[in-house]
Write a protein that binds this ligand. Structure first.
Ligand code: ADP
Ligand code: MG
Length: 924
């Protein structure tokens, strides 16, 4: 125990009993922080530190007034601290203090942020202990996850097959706090990934809370046995859910009652979007971490914070169900062509408050009269919205009418009426001082109010009456804290006051008096005020409970309004930006005519581009693909000079597919989109390195993830993959990945690369096609046309630029020569294309030798043409038995240099300098 006694001692011993980082302890009208905690808050929040001496020692102390705690709490929690709050309460022998809440990022109710604030738990199914009873399903694999938002009462569970999928779910929900299950704590890999990639506080909640039995009990208690059983999720998932419930209860947020529903989040319904993809596509923030410029910020025209939350949710969780999407589309279509009604809807929605949040506040007991009033006003928005929909023909026969009818409108209206009849127009923010309720709401209250008003009236008329009765001038009646009610008489008249006046104070120009009668009235009015305050507080609590009991209804209405808000927002964006309704289907075909990038088109004169993947169906597209036999193209190799628009083109395709799968219209002239089950993107490490983020290791592990996770129904976007390593390594990886994606995975793929070698694949692999972003080079000017055309690009572009830049002809010619030789000599064969594999010479960079002549005439492959397995396992390394010293070191050094240089990223001037350097070396 600690040596300090008194208040500091009490503080320190309370602190010892909690695992919170900081303790705020109520001392009268203040919350105080002592010792280390005082230093922390002083540092973080700019509070003044004073010294508190306690029995000979001195302790740092900082404090905030009781009513100001919330912003400080919020600020501390947002900085990642867990803050315990100890309240003071009266006892018979004075007062005592007790920790009533531990506020953590995931249990912070006082948030002003409109984003969802998820608390997550993740449990490893395989290593879940089942109390050794053997009742656990030990065959279960993967992870169970649960997510709760205490500010809205949302509660979801999800299952993941492996650590990557678990991470994807975590990333999708973007929790602020994560409770790793017992086994996850010791699984360093997953924990590290969570720590690095999910911006959340990690909290080690007591392991017993994860115990299957206890968790199952808690979950059934909360949501009902049947509901939980119907979810048919594994033990690990229930463990995660139970742990969250226990944590929410233990931290004392008091919102368990607002968690009325548990929902299964099934990955199967949703398009897989792994963490990297969400970041690459800049869904909610840009690569630089700004929210401006994200896809969300671009398309967001919502009116309410609940709508904003839902739109984000849709973007991060696109759907796969054609029915769901078509229903959303039908609503968006109806709304986009009903501009007036849409404006009206949006204006009406503008009056809606955040019902889900208010429901949670009501449950927690922190909602005040204004909050309840907003509940009532927001409930009134629902019928207004329904009316607009019903009276607009285009909307009335759209799915919107069903959506708006989903909550129980009758019950909602009853609750609205109750609140409307109860609360006065402009209620005060305190709920203990009365003046909250309207007349006619409660008879007892009415009687008190009436009596109160009578006395008030009597007091109001007192000054006049005294003047008249006693012939006094300059009389006023007023009230203050020290004197209570008094009659104030001007000095000149003060001597003429009647005998029953009792003087209580002399001021410069006047005297204050009281009378027995006035004192009686004063007592009565104080008694009435107290009575009114108490009565109204009781009534208010009752009303608040009535509202809290309807938490589920409020969530329904909130959800409905948010849904309409999002649909109207999508419609607005579509109408204002000439987006079209894509034709969705379950097939493979992806055809976008004159597609644009949804974000870039906002700020740029955008050049639209087409894309076609999958079997060509329409006559028009067959014509466009004139004469080609490879109608079924599933893999596009996208080439083009730097900055020509390759990345933008591919992201545009991904964004359009994603938008289509949230039910939105898309930036194109026409689009036909076969639904995908996942979108995977990977940007080469070099491009990402510029952002200081990634390493080649990460690039490769993510490529590996794609190769594992993508299916033939997925869309894969590879941008310069392989670029993060030396050229030959890079080409080899890109080449092999292409073959694998084409032959095995068969995903729809777009692969932008500066390795022109890869364009050769189109001839070898049936579903691979080349497209390039055209650039025009004329009269010494390079114009980026931004137009995507069929076929590979001109590969000597870099040298062409050198030429244009005025590099002397001999150098340019020589460079072409060098490049041609490099290209010819390191030709690579493609696997999996035709029946007989082409055999070509491989340039072994490490030995600096060309392995045998080009073997086109069917001669025996040279000994260096090892089997595919060999090549794969040994990479570009030279077999140990081969001579490494066949050429002189000078030449070897040059060759090594040539190998390591990246023609596409090295500025032409530098290239030229290099070539000169090589020539000099070779002459030596
Ligand atoms: P790459 O990946 O080929 O190096 P990017 O896709 O990064 O090129 O595009 C380079 C620049 O060109 C970007 O600033 C982008 O905004 C612009 N851009 C790309 N495509 C288009 C287009 N279709 N219309 C207009 N500008 C475009
Ligand atoms: Mg690029």
């Amino acid at each position: 125990m600690t040596e300090a006694t008194g208040i500091v001692g009490e503080f320190l011993s309370l602190k010892e009993g909690t695992d919170a980082d900081v303790l705020a302890m109520q001392c009268g009208d203040f919350y105080e922080f002592f010792a280390e905690d005082a230093e922390i808050v002083a540092d973080e929040l700019d509070l003044k530190v004073s010294q508190k001496s306690s029995h000979g020692s001195s302790y740092p102390m900082a404090g905030v007034p009781i009513d100001d705690l919330t912003p400080y709490l919020k600020a501390l929690v947002e900085r990642g601290y867990r803050v315990a709050v100890a309240d003071q309460y009266e006892t018979e022998s004075g007062h005592a203090r007790e920790i009533v809440r531990v506020v953590t990022p995931g249990t912070l109710l006082e948030t002003t942020d409109t984003d969802a604030q998820y608390l997550a738990a993740v449990v490893d199914a395989e290593r879940l202990s089942s109390n050794g009873r053997g009742r656990g399903r030990s065959d279960e694999a993967g992870y169970g996850l649960a997510f709760a938002d205490v500010t809205t009462g949302r509660f979801l569970v999800a299952e993941a097959d492996d650590a990557d999928a678990a991470l994807t779910e975590l990333y999708r929900f973007d929790p602020v706090e994560v409770l790793p299950g017992p086994a996850v704590r010791s699984a360093d890999d997953l924990l590290t990934e969570i720590r690095e990639r999910v911006d959340a506080t990690l909290t080690l909640h007591e392991t017993e809370a994860f115990a299957p039995k206890r968790a199952a009990h808690a979950t059934r208690e909360q949501f009902g046995r049947e509901t939980v059983d119907r979810l048919s999720v594994g033990e690990a998932t229930i463990a995660a859910a139970g742990a969250i419930l226990s944590y929410v209860e233990e931290t004392g947020a008091g919102v368990l009652a607002s968690m009325t529903r548990i929902q299964g989040h099934h990955g199967d319904d949703h398009v897989t979007l792994d963490a990297t993809t969400q970041r690459n596509l800049e869904l909610t923030e840009t690569m630089q971490g700004d929210s401006d410029g994200s896809l969300f910020a671009t398309i967001d025209h919502t009116e309410t914070s609940a709508g904003r939350r839902l739109l984000k949710e849709w973007l991060c969780r696109p759907r796969r169900s054609l029915e769901t999407l078509e229903r959303r589309q039908a609503s968006v279509a109806a709304l986009s062509s009903a501009a007036l009604a849409r404006d009206e809807l949006q204006e009406t929605l503008g009056a809606a408050a955040d019902l889900e949040r208010l429901a949670s506040k009501a449950t927690h007991g922190s909602a005040d009269a204004r909050d309840l009033q907003s509940v009532g006003e927001t409930l009134a928005v629902l019928p207004a919205i329904a009316e607009i929909i019903a009276s607009t023909p285009g909307l009335a026969d759209s799915p919107l009418s069903e959506i708006v009818d989903q909550p129980d409108r009758e019950v909602a209206d009853e609750l609205r009426a109750t609140i409307e009849e109860a609360i006065v127009d402009d209620p005060p923010s305190t709920v203990t001082q009365g003046e909250l309720f309207q007349r006619g709401y409660d008879d007892d209250l009415d009687a008190v109010i009436e009596r109160h008003e009578d006395v008030r009236e009597w007091l109001d008329g007192l000054a006049e009456r005294e003047k008249r009765q006693h012939g006094l001038s300059h009389v006023t009646v007023d009230r203050n804290k020290t004197d209570g009610y008094y009659i104030q008489v001007g000095k000149s008249a003060a001597d003429g006051v009647p005998d029953h006046y009792e003087e209580i104070k002399t001021l410069k120009n006047s005297k204050r008096f009281t009378t027995d009668e006035l004192e009686d009235k004063e007592r009565e009015i104080l008694r009435l005020e107290e009575r009114r305050g108490d009565l109204e507080y009781d009534l208010f609590e009752e009303l608040r409970e009535t509202v809290a009991d309807r938490a589920e209804l409020l969530q329904d209405v909130g959800r409905t309004l948010a849904t309409i808000d999002v649909l109207a927002s999508l419609a607005t964006h579509a109408a204002e930006n000439h987006w079209v309704e894509p034709d969705l289907h379950r097939g493979d075909r992806l055809e976008i005519e004159q597609g644009r990038h949804p974000v870039v088109e906002q700020t740029t004169e955008f050049v639209p581009n087409d894309v076609r993947l999958g079997p060509a169906a329409t006559a028009a597209s067959r014509e466009r693909a004139s004469g080609r036999t490879d109608q079924d193209r599933g893999f596009l190799v996208v080439t083009g000079p730097n900055m020509s628009g390759k990345s933008t083109y591919m992201r545009q395709v991904a964004a359009i597919v994603l938008l289509a799968q949230i039910g939105s219209f898309v930036p194109a002239k026409d689009a036909e989109i076969g639904l995908v089950d996942g979108i995977f993107t990977r940007v080469g490490a070099l491009d990402e390195l510029a952002q200081g983020r990634s390493t080649f290791m990460v690039e490769m592990s993510e490529l590996s993830n794609i190769l594992h996770a993508a299916t033939e129904d997925s869309l894969v976007i590879l941008d310069e993959v392989g670029r993060g390593t030396a050229t030959y390594d890079g080409i080899s990886i890109a080449w092999a990945a292409t073959e694998y994606l084409h032959n095995e995975v068969q995903a729809k793929t777009l692969f932008a690369t500066h390795y022109h070698e890869l364009t050769g694949l189109a001839e070898k692999l049936p579903r691979v096609a080349n497209v390039h972003v055209a650039a025009d080079e004329r009269d010494g000017d390079v114009t980026f046309l931004r137009t995507v055309r069929d076929g590979p690009t001109d590969r000597s572009y870099g040298i062409h630029v050198a030429d244009l830049a005025g590099v002397p002809d001999p150098v340019v010619d020589r460079a072409r020569d060098v490049l041609d030789r490099l290209r010819e000599e390191k030709a690579i064969e493609a696997k999996g294309g035709g029946s007989n594999e082409p055999v070509q010479t491989v340039f072994d960079v490490s030995s600096g030798q060309f392995r045998g002549p080009a073997n086109a005439d069917g001669g025996e492959p040279s000994e260096t043409r090892r089997s595919a397995e060999d090549r794969r396992s040994s990479g570009s390394e030279r077999p140990a038995d081969e001579p490494g010293d066949a050429i002189d070191p000078e030449t070897a050094a040059v060759l090594e240099d040539i190998e390591s240089i990246d023609v596409n990223t090295t500025p032409p001037v530098e290239l030229i300098a290099k070539v000169q350097e090589w020539q000099e070396h070779l002459e030596d």
